[in-house]
Design a protein around this ligand. Structure first.
Ligand code: FHN
Length: 682
């Protein structure tokens, strides 16, 4: 019955005209309210992979990916079920540690990529009930979580290395586990079955946190159907952007037109928040999601608290991970950090929960969050300054605040009053030389109404180098201010020229810009240096043949190797930089060499996209470095080039999983286009 029901749902959704229908924003706001208020949650990665605990055949750097990274045959891996008996598992203790740490929701892996379900699934034997433990962990944890007033949320992997219908197989196990009559639609029905179980058997669920969406067999149609399945089963549930295909790599934010209620930056914090965009950074406490008994790289409590402040100051949520051991206990190092974070949150939690992003730009000494207490509370805004670097002078300087201060206090010192002086666009908080707090000491400043902040101008230019006259824009986010500037690095004054539009520079200089309002400076000064350079000369003629030489190497790398010093396994001529359609080779590297034609003197921008690492060299100099293990990410570089042919090298490697490579170029300020065969020779 359930299978027919889900097939009908899938058919219904899959048959639906693909529309980018999003629920009305009013519904969205109500649905997202608890999540936006929460700001802080616990991630839990737990499953059979905790049994080997990161070690296999003498290698100790595995974790939740161990079945793939250690190439463990499926029958051997399934055997871990017999050893999975977490007698120390205590749902109440887990939920209490999360609540005491100031976390407001828990996201746990109901099924990770290995396919093992931590819940009692009616549609799979590969679940917790086939272990000696035989208890529905998700049932126990959801009850304990709600008892602590927290939201229970499910992580669920789309990618599945166990189900016979999931495609693709891992490259290394294709021979031993052929795809046979695997049917992805049949797998999707299975996936929908389990998601239906998770959203019908365990009460109110806060978030469906999907993952493993990046393989080519998952697509936007499936993603839309899955999003609608979740919302249809629990209309109030929140679904992350990994349900669909719109996630931009580990940077995590969503492309337009895809489903998902929030972006999911992973192991990284965006440089700035994005107004009106919901996002959550997920991060490990050490280096691994799943438990690794050898991993001692624990982040300090100070580092974790400051990350929480940084994320909240940008309007994001922090999902901090714990990887429990196979016996069901948390690692002691995690317990210690949760307790210490909780001690800090006991004093400073109001500066995190229910706050919104800072109205300031970068603050040199720390971060800021805010909470506007609407008209019913005398229209007051509380500004929370998280001070990382305590002022030795005993006076904290806040630039650019145009609002009238009401009063200030120190959360860490039982609300001790703090003197406030406002003069010439600067607010001085007399906090005293002794820092009463730890990790990030919070100074609370109440101001009248919504905060007025004069942002320092931004200096927008196509590049930091020029080969001739170049326009530079001086932009302030505060419409009512006048931007004045100097070109010699000195502080702008009311006598300095005003930027009535773009400023043209023709030589090396240090441009300084500052905001002025009603005849006085109201912001800090922004500075940026520019260099006049000679374009690198090119050769008058190209090579004999169109395209590039591509040399192919085999190896297992985590960062770009020195391919030039290695012997290629094969080489061929290719039209341009890139990979064949559906290219899925793993543990491979390419080195493209030849000449690139530049049509005219100028400063050129190059965009290099790759999964995994890559780099671009021109004339032997690195112009773009996009090295490292990552999903498809784009890095940009610039070079001043004269018309002619320039020696070009592109190097790329893929460890495992997805593969991607492309190169675009264009004059700075102009359109970028794929570098085609017509511009390449060797
Ligand atoms: O491959 C997974 C990984 O194991 C872990 O679950 C993280 C956490 O978000 N997500 C994927 C990597 O992006």
């Amino acid at each position: 019955m359930l299978k027919q029901f889900v097939r009908a749902v899938v058919a219904g959704c899959l048959a639906a005209v693909p529309v980018f229908a999003q629920p009305a924003s009013g519904d969205d706001d109500a649905r997202m309210e608890w999540w936006r208020e929460a700001r802080f949650g616990m991630f839990i990665h737990w499953g059979l992979y905790a049994v080997p605990a990161g070690e296999w055949e003498g290698q100790t750097r595995h974790a939740e990916w161990i079945r793939t990274t250690a190439e463990i045959p499926i029958d051997t891996y399934d055997g871990f079920r017999g050893e999975f008996n977490p007698v120390e598992f205590d749902a109440e203790a887990w939920a209490e540690m999360a609540a005491d740490a100031g976390m407001r929701y828990i996201v746990i892996t109901t099924k990770h990529h290995d396919g093992f379900a931590l819940f009692d699934s009616a549609v799979s034997e590969f679940d917790i009930m086939s272990t000696p433990f035989e208890r529905d962990i998700m049932a126990e944890l959801s009850e304990a979580t709600r008892a602590q007033g927290l939201k229970m949320c499910w992580y669920h992997s789309i990618m599945d290395w166990h189900h016979p219908d999931y495609l693709p197989r891992r490259g290394w196990e294709e021979a031993g586990r052929p795809a046979g009559d695997a049917d992805m639609d049949r797998y999707v029905a299975y996936l929908f079955n389990q998601v239906t179980e998770l959203l019908t058997k365990y009460g109110d669920i806060g978030v469906m946190w999907f993952d493993g969406e990046w393989e080519a067999t998952w697509n936007h149609t499936y993603g839309e159907a899955l999003y609608k399945l979740c919302r249809g089963l629990q209309p109030g549930v929140i679904v992350n952007n990994r349900v669909d295909k719109g996630r931009g790599g580990m940077g995590g934010m969503s492309d337009e037109g895809y489903f998902g209620d929030f972006g999911t930056p992973e192991q990284t914090i965006p440089a700035t928040g994005l107004p009106g965009v919901d996002w959550e950074t997920c991060m490990t406490m050490n280096d691994n999601w799943g438990y690794n008994s050898h991993d001692t790289q624990w982040k300090s409590t100070e580092d974790l608290v400051r990350k929480l402040c940084d994320i909240a100051s940008k309007g994001g949520n922090f999902l901090l991970n714990v990887g429990p051991k196979a016996d069901g206990s948390f690692p002691e190092e995690a317990i210690d950090r949760l307790r210490e974070i909780g001690d800090w949150m006991d004093i400073n939690g109001e500066s995190i929960h229910g706050t919104s992003a800072s109205p300031f730009g970068q603050l040199p000494w720390g971060r800021c969050t805010m909470n506007y207490h609407g008209e019913e509370h005398r229209a007051v805004t509380s500004l929370y300054f998280h001070v990382f670097d305590w002022p030795s002078s005993g006076v904290l300087r806040v630039e650019g605040l145009g609002s009238e201060a009401i009063g200030a206090s120190l959360l860490a010192d039982a609300g001790r009053e703090v003197g406030v002086v406002q003069k010439d666009g600067v607010t001085y908080l007399q906090v005293g030389t002794a820092n009463p707090g730890e990790y990030a000491t919070v100074v609370k400043l109440d101001v009248k109404g919504m905060p007025i902040v004069y942002q320092a101008p931004t200096i927008e230019a196509a590049a930091g180098i020029l080969v001739g006259p170049m326009e530079v824009s001086l932009v302030s986010a505060s419409p009512e201010v006048m931007v004045r500037y100097t070109l010699d690095g000195t502080e702008p004054t009311t006598a300095s020229p005003a930027a009535e539009g773009p400023v043209t520079i023709s030589d090396s200089c240090t441009l300084s810009a500052r905001s002025f309002h009603e005849g006085r400076a109201v912001s800090t000064t922004t500075r940026r240096s520019f260099r006049l350079v000679e374009p690198r000369p090119g050769r008058m003629s190209g090579g004999g043949e169109s395209g590039l030489l591509c040399e192919v190497y085999a190896g297992d790398w985590e960062t770009m190797p020195d391919l030039g010093a290695m012997t290629p396994a094969e080489s061929r001529t290719v039209a341009s930089v890139g990979l064949p359609e559906k290219y899925a080779r793993e543990r491979v590297a390419h080195r493209y060499t030849g000449l690139l034609r530049v049509p005219a003197d100028g400063v050129y921008r190059f965009a290099l996209t790759s999964d995994d690492g890559s780099r671009l060299l021109l004339g032997g100099e690195v112009v773009v470095d996009n090295d490292g293990l990552h999903s498809a990410e784009t890095r940009v570089g610039v070079a001043a080039l004269a018309a002619g042919w320039h020696p070009v090298t592109v190097e790329w490697f893929n460890k495992t999983g997805g593969a991607d490579l492309s190169l675009k170029m264009g004059l700075v300020g102009g359109e970028m286009g794929v570098v085609g065969a017509e511009a390449l020779s060797h």
